[in-house]
Structures are given as structure tokens and as C-alpha cells.
Design a protein around this ligand. Structure first.
Ligand code: FES
Ligand SMILES: [Fe+2]
Length: 355
């Protein structure tokens, strides 16, 4: 088991709006059970969801102000994980505690640091659009996959699949996704992937700018699967005029897609997504329509990735055939491998390969 997961990383545990005052939420991230709740001041607490007494889940316990009582035999824990009461016993041993994980809120998400507490750096949390920021109009959702998280990362790092897996939704009449290679550059814990898609059919309200448009598609993809995509729409000819360089001029329309992939277990992954634009550029009804297409596409991804996982598991030793499409996934898996080694627990299972 050791070495299978990168522990020193911020993982998205859920949407901020899902963690309501007075309730305890059970979550699993990299095989670790967590009990999440809010203190009375709203601050998020993440404790190991395993009472140190006889391992009952603390998520089945009861909140008492900022403390959490296990409702099996009544041990009570402070929000830092220390046991502060044992029914029928005065002395509380030092070892009576559960692990506390650093937690933060950024964008629409709750983030948990699964590694060494001393290594948790709030500044390293990415900065997605806040769902409650009135300057933006976003819709959000989530889905669970029966698949390893790296298969979903592969999918997001290789958008050539839009032309095929999404030929009727996001990739409708857009063969360029598959035909052109993006520019890929390294980030500290991820990759930046950028490309122009020229002369693409414009849809819906964008038709007012012409039958076709040039799209600048740029995203940062950060471990473990944080996908921050900005798609900027320009008049046809812009890409050529800029010699396919990165545009600095304001686009006709800018679309935001923020997503997070969170491994729960080896074969279960939670996928969080939000899509929208600046409130000044779009209204809720249009965001709703756009979001409908996004969700239809994500169902297509889920169907093919879960089926792919089953095929992989049938014969885990089989080698895949790399093609020029795989530059993003291949580079990212190298990075995951390096992070696993840095985590100090490479072990025999320390492979970024699935299966
Ligand atoms: S298992 Fe929690 S108090 Fe006994
Ligand atoms: Fe997809």
C-alpha cells in the first residue's frame, strides 16, 4: 500500500456549500477516511474518521460545540484531534487522539492536506473561481467514477478525445481537437497546455460574432487533477495575425471551466466541475444551456473511462501503445512518479501506471 499515494498534496474534499453547520460529512481521500465538519466560526475541521478507542467512525458521532463525540462509547475529541474526555476514566493518555488534517477553503472547494502537517502550505492551493463571487455566473456538479484517478487525468490532459468521445457534444464538428498538437510546458506540480483552434463553428449566442471563430484554449493542470481551463473566443483570423502566439488582447468572450479530480480509492474517484463566465458576459439561462452540454459530455467520458478501466483490469500487465497524442499524459505521469518518490515512500507499488 505504502507509496501508492502522494500524501503531500492538497486534495479537494468537496464543495464549500456541501458542508453545512452542525453536520458531519464522511469522505475518503487516498484510502484515508475523513470526518469533516465546521466549527462554530465556520472554519473547516478534518479529522481521521476512526475513533482511537475501537475504531467506530467519528462521522457517526455528535457535534458538541467545536468538539466531536464518538457515539459508540462516548470519547470526546477537540477539533485538533486530542481526546478530551473518556467516560468513566479520569486519566486521558497522551496517545488518545485522532489525526487532524490541515483544511482550507479556496474557490468553491474544501481542500485537505493529506501529508505531513509541517509541509502544508496554504499558498500552494490553486485559485479557481469562487462560486459565490457575483462577478461570475457558474454552475457546478460532481460525479463518482469507478476508475483510477490517473485515467481521468489522462483524459483531461489529452483533449484530442473531444473529436471522438464527444463528437455529438463538446467536439461537434471540431476535428481540429484531434488533428493539432497543443503546446505543453512544465509547471511546478503540473503542466500548462495551450492551443489555437482556428475557424471553429460558433454556437448559440456567439453566432452574432460570425459563423466561425478562433479559440484560444489554455489550461493549467495541477496534481492531483486540478484543471483550470480558460477558453477565449476571437474573430476569425486572430490566430494567424498573432502567428499562433498567446493572445494579450481581450477576447469577444471568455469561458471558465474549473475541475478537480480526487482519488478516493484505487478504483473510485470523485470528479468536481464548474463551468461559466463573467456575469457581465452571460446570463444564468445561457450558463444552464452550456452546462447541459458539459454534463452530457462528462457522462460520455465516464462511460468510456469506466469501460477502459475494466479492460485494463482484465489483464493488468498489458502494455499500452503510445502515440503522439499522449505527450500530456506521459509527462504528467512522470511528474506523479517524481512526487511519489519525493513523498519518501516509493515502495514496490510506487508506480504511476494504472493496474
Ligand atoms: S469506538 Fe469510539 S468511543 Fe468506543
Ligand atoms: Fe471529455
Amino acid at each position: 500500500m505504502d507509496g501508492k499515494w502522494v500524501r503531500n498534496a492538497w486534495y479537494v474534499a468537496g464543495w464549500s456549500h456541501d458542508l453545512v453547520a452542525g453536520r458531519i460529512e464522511a469522505r475518503v481521500i487516498i484510502d484515508q477516511p475523513l470526518a469533516l465538519y465546521r466549527k462554530q466560526d465556520g472554519q473547516v475541521v478534518a479529522l481521521e474518521d476512526r475513533c482511537c478507542h475501537r475504531f467506530a467512525p467519528l462521522s457517526m458521532g455528535r457535534l458538541e460545540q467545536d468538539d466531536l463525540r464518538c457515539m459508540y462509547h462516548g470519547l470526546k475529541f477537540a477539533s485538533d484531534g486530542r481526546c478530551i474526555e473518556i467516560p468513566g476514566q479520569k486519566l486521558i493518555p497522551q496517545s488518545a487522539c485522532v489525526r487532524r488534517y490541515p483544511a482550507a477553503e479556496r474557490g468553491g472547494w474544501i481542500w485537505i492536506w493529506m501529508g505531513e502537517e509541517s509541509a502544508a502550505d496554504l499558498r500552494s492551493i490553486p485559485d479557481p473561481v469562487r462560486l459565490d463571487d457575483p462577478a461570475y455566473c457558474m454552475r457546478s456538479g460532481q460525479m463518482d467514477y469507478a476508475a483510477h484517478y490517473l485515467l481521468i487525468d489522462d483524459n483531461l490532459l489529452d483533449l484530442s478525445h473531444l473529436s471522438y468521445a464527444h463528437e455529438k457534444t463538446l467536439g461537434l464538428d471540431m476535428p481540429q481537437w484531434a488533428d493539432e498538437r497543443p503546446r505543453i510546458s512544465a509547471l511546478e506540480r503540473g503542466l500548462r497546455v495551450q492551443r489555437w483552434l482556428c475557424d471553429q463553428p460558433s454556437r448559440g449566442f456567439m453566432k452574432r460574432w460570425g459563423e466561425t471563430l478562433d479559440l484560444w484554449n489554455s489550461y493549467d493542470f495541477l496534481f492531483p487533477g486540478i484543471f483550470l481551463l480558460r477558453t477565449a473566443f476571437y474573430p476569425v483570423g486572430t490566430a494567424r495575425r498573432l502567428d499562433r502566439g498567446e493572445p494579450q488582447e481581450p477576447p469577444l468572450f471568455l469561458r471558465y471551466d474549473d475541475q478537480a479530480v480526487t482519488p478516493m480509492t484505487d478504483r473510485t474517484t470523485r470528479y468536481f466541475y464548474a463551468a461559466g463566465a463573467r456575469s457581465a458576459d452571460i446570463d444564468p439561462e445561457r450558463v444552464g444551456r452550456l452546462f447541459g452540454i458539459v454534463e452530457a459530455a462528462f457522462a460520455e467520458d465516464k462511460a468510456i473511462i469506466e469501460a477502459q478501466q475494466k479492460v485494463i483490469d482484465r489483464e493488468p500487465g498489458r502494455r499500452m501503445l503510445p502515440t503522439s497524442l499522449d505527450a500530456g499524459p506521459t509527462q504528467f505521469r512522470k511528474l506523479v512518479q517524481a512526487l511519489l518518490e519525493q513523498d519518501g515512500r516509493p515502495g514496490p507499488a510506487a508506480t504511476a501506471q494504472v493496474g
